[in-house]
Write a new protein. Structure first.
Length: 348
DNA sequence: AGCGTTTGACCAAAG
DNA sequence: CCTTTGGTCAAACGC
């Protein structure tokens, strides 16, 4: 298959451009807040707050020019550190919102979209459904799911899809419309390591984060209660509820509270820090499935599944300590279902 | 010999 | 308890 390159959105370019374009003042800011330049473009959805949707995110607008970098550093400076910006509210300072957009967009590109883009086609969209404790993102064609299409087309531009994280957050998935992103463009993976996440968690000030987190949990609970009161909530209704929630203009105190609502501790097993649970289900037309998604997998099982004439194959990531898995199975005519389970917390 | 896959056995969760 | 089902293990197999 002839696949055009994935130029402006290539996360490797984001990193390289940022690396070489910091001036002295910006470098001092980074040092002042104990940040590395990687912090600017290696966010994780787990650290973002509610309402971090990205209505103005555009292709090629993800920290690739000096204005974006300035925005990020200025916002960090004014907030007093990156930790204060983790999960900034949409309703907070506009600059913080901009940063949040950048963070979300970059995060998706770097840690989730790598799988998605490998199987992306122009006629498909990525859409998340909120699960109990996991996220399920499904690639569905407008023809097969009119309801999702209606929601998707509501406010988005061409080349954008809406994506909902496991925290109930909305993000825009930016891709090159009409093109099949080049898998090679994502091979220089420079995503977060376990150490990156641990150090990020350590930077969250105990005095504010823990206090705010506890209080904000009540806000979240009340929100969840309001969600569960209505049975058979359609996706459209869910979207509206989320947007209503995120568009609220609470008092400044509550704004701060919402900043950490999505933060949650990483799971621990013994002394090992595990990644948060993450699951993505992709249903892709067979013709768009590429032979490699950039990761190295080891097949460890194959199973016949009830009701499916095709078997399901089980794969584990070959990288040491990485618990990422995937399942691949045929489902219906010309469709392949690929389930990614767990985040890759390592470089490719 | 080494590496990756296959495949039946095993296990745990759910009903 | 038992049965069913899906996920995993690991020895066997094959290139």
């Amino acid at each position: 298959m002839d696949m055009p390159s994935f130029q402006n959105d290539d996360p490797s370019n984001l990193f390289n451009n940022l690396n070489s374009s910091l001036d002295d003042e910006e470098a001092i800011l980074l040092q002042k807040f104990n940040l590395s330049n990687r912090d600017l473009i290696f966010p994780r959805a787990e650290y973002s707050g509610p309402g971090c949707c990205m209505p103005c995110a555009k292709r090629g607008d993800l920290g690739t020019d000096r204005g974006d970098i300035y925005h990020i550093l200025d916002a960090i400076s004014r907030a007093g550190g990156l930790s204060e910006l983790i999960g900034c509210s949409r309703s907070a300072l506009q600059d913080l919102h901009c940063l949040c957009e950048l963070r979300n967009a970059s995060q998706i590109l770097l840690s989730h979209l790598s799988e998605t883009t490998a199987f992306h086609s122009c006629s498909h969209s990525v859409y998340n459904k909120k699960g109990c404790s996991r996220t399920c993102a499904t690639i569905c064609s407008p023809e097969t799911d009119a309801e999702l299409t209606q929601v998707r087309d509501d406010k988005l531009l061409n080349g954008q899809d809406r994506m909902r994280s496991s925290e109930g957050l909305w993000s825009i998935l930016v891709h090159s419309a009409g093109e099949q992103p080049h898998v090679q463009a994502l091979n220089r993976w420079i995503g977060p390591t376990i150490g990156d996440i641990e150090s990020a968690l350590e930077r969250i000030p105990q005095t504010s984060a823990t206090r705010l987190f506890a209080k904000d949990m009540r806000v979240q609970e009340s929100y969840i209660d309001s969600q569960t009161q209505s049975n058979n909530v359609s996706n459209k209704d869910t979207v509206s509820a989320v947007e209503k929630h995120s568009n609220q203009t609470p008092a400044s105190n509550d704004l701060a509270l919402s900043a950490v609502s999505s933060w949650r501790p990483l799971q621990t097993v013994g002394s090992d820090v595990m990644e948060p649970r993450y699951k993505v289900v992709l249903k892709v037309e067979k013709q768009y499935v590429v032979s490699s998604d950039g990761y190295k997998w080891r097949k460890y099982g194959k199973k016949c599944i009830k009701g499916n004439p095709y078997s399901r194959s089980y794969y584990k990531c070959r990288y040491a300590r990485c618990n990422a898995k995937k399942q691949v199975e045929m489902c219906g005519e010309g469709m392949v279902q690929i389930t990614y389970d767990g985040l890759h917390l390592h470089c490719r």
